[in-house]
Write a protein that binds this ligand. Structure first.
Ligand code: FES
Length: 107
């Protein structure tokens, strides 16, 4: 198994209003989050009803889904409040020269 880094976006493209940015990597929608001290990334699709988490609300390291208000921990992907019960995928992220890279694993 080996990992690689793929360019996701420029950090400047993250909305200052929502703190999120939706982008695509390998045909999969990814949501980037600008938290107080770092940048994180998870799958963008809510497993409960396919809403885009990038349209949700970021608060204290969590993302609230815009459709039914399920909440996930952004760092771990853990579901924190009903109706969501399935964790979301979390990606490794690195930032270099204002550019955001996502870690991908290939076997
Ligand atoms: S679609 Fe996200 S909580 Fe229902």
């Amino acid at each position: 198994m080996s990992g690689s880094w793929k360019l996701l976006a420029d950090a400047a493209d993250i909305s200052p209003d929502t703190g999120t940015l939706r982008t695509m990597v390998d045909g999969e929608a990814v949501c980037i989050y600008k938290l107080e001290d770092r940048i994180c990334a998870t799958q963008d699709r809510c497993p409960h009803g396919n809403a885009s988490l990038s349209e949700g609300y970021v608060e204290n390291g969590t993302i609230e889904c815009p459709l039914h208000q399920g909440v996930f921990d952004i760092a771990s992907g853990a579901p924190l409040c009903p109706p969501v019960t399935t964790p979301i995928k979390v990606y490794a992220v690195k930032v270099e020269d204002g550019r955001i890279y996502i870690g991908t694993e290939e076997s």
